[in-house]
Ligand binder design. Structure first.
Ligand code: AHG
Ligand code: MN
Ligand code: MN
Length: 326
């Protein structure tokens, strides 16, 4: 991992500046990433002030996935849509919290990119000061068709960029443009995301598994066999219950994060487009692996906007260890 430090001893390369010096980031893509970062600043402020601003708890609605929406889910979704709607490079938006992909009509066939996001990941943790985050990916807009939503039903291999913003004890933006992973930290003093690490790499092995083990009896047998192997092999368990926080720890520390199929969610629980694909690209770009069963996750061709999937991702040797049991 390359540490970024200037002669002053401070880390002073802003996200905007860093993107401007990249040959693989055109002006439209940079504008989108800056809007997402801006939305992240607004969301993190609301998350931190949740009890003061009276945005704790649920709203009356359930979302299209049948899940209870939290006030902060609704707020975060609205902020991202507002910010991205101001961005000429965006032709289509898809959100976990919206029934349909939103086609920005006035630039149909024009906005070069589609942006997909889980506005606030970790709903069950947001009222308890536990890490939550925004997960996103960006695709080329391959011809907007309002009836089929074809523009966003592309496999993860087509993602131009993917990342997440983790609202934890510090606020981190982790980003890939398909050539390694960079990490930025929000500096509370200046309000800027500053580059702290380029080319983040995931350890190749670490005996940590991250899974909701309470569902063990509902997992297919292969996953149960893997857990038996892990118990017999000196593994530690770490599970926060916010994918963004669990994957972030896995990225930096190593290990494997799993959400298998269950009896309740036979296809898996996590959303392919908003959660699994962005995280899979981050992990692969850091040198790890991401699978659904034994298949590379990024190669799955989505059929539905809100499609769910099982997920195994993390350190290459740990993902292989799970796959050996399936
Ligand atoms: P969301 O809050 O966006 O609906 O996502 C919640 C997801 C994910 O963050 C986490 O990994 C998973 O739900 C936890 O599910 P369980 O409570 O079933 O373990
Ligand atoms: Mn989520
Ligand atoms: Mn969410």
């Amino acid at each position: 991992m390359t540490e970024q430090r200037t002669t002053s001893g401070e880390k002073l390369i802003t996200l905007d500046n860093h993107l401007r010096h990249r040959s693989d980031c055109d002006a439209g893509l940079a504008a989108i990433l800056n809007e997402i970062a801006f939305a992240g600043k607004i969301i993190q402020n609301k998350v931190r002030r949740a009890r003061i601003a009276d945005v704790v708890g649920a709203v009356e609605n359930v979302n299209v996935q049948g899940e209870q929406q939290q006030k902060l889910d609704v707020f975060s979704n609205a902020v991202l849509i507002d910010c991205l709607s101001n961005c000429a490079a965006v032709g289509v938006i898809a959100s976990e919290e919206e029934e349909q992909a939103l086609i920005l009509e006035r630039r149909k066939g024009d906005g070069e990119y589609g942006v997909l996001f889980d506005p606030l990941d970790g709903s069950s943790n947001i009222d308890f000061a536990v890490g939550v985050g925004t997960i996103f990916s960006i695709l080329r807009n391959v011809g907007v068709d309002a009836s089929t939503q074809a523009a966003i039903l592309q496999p993860g291999t087509q993602q131009v960029a993917a990342g997440y913003i983790l609202y934890g004890s510090s606020v981190l933006l982790v980003l890939t443009l398909g050539d390694g992973v960079d990490m930025y930290v929000l500096d509370p003093a200046t309000g800027s995301f500053l580059l702290v690490q380029e080319k983040v790499s995931i350890p190749t092995a670490k005996k940590i598994y991250s899974i909701n083990e309470a569902y063990r009896n509902d997992f297919p047998k292969g996953y149960q066999d893997y857990l038996d192997f892990a118990h017999a092999s000196g593994y530690a368990a770490r599970y926060i219950g916010s994918m963004v926080a669990d994957v972030h720890r896995t990225l930096l520390k190593g290990g494997v994060f799993l959400y298998p199929p269950t009896k309740k969610n036979p296809q898996g629980k996590l959303r392919l487009l908003y959660e699994a694909n962005p995280m899979a690209q981050i992990i692969e770009q850091a040198g790890g692996k991401a699978l659904v069963g034994k298949t590379r996750l990024l190669e799955v061709k989505p059929e539905k906007v809100h499609q769910r999937t099982a997920v195994i991702l993390g350190s290459s040797q740990e993902v292989d260890a799970v796959a050996r049991h399936l």
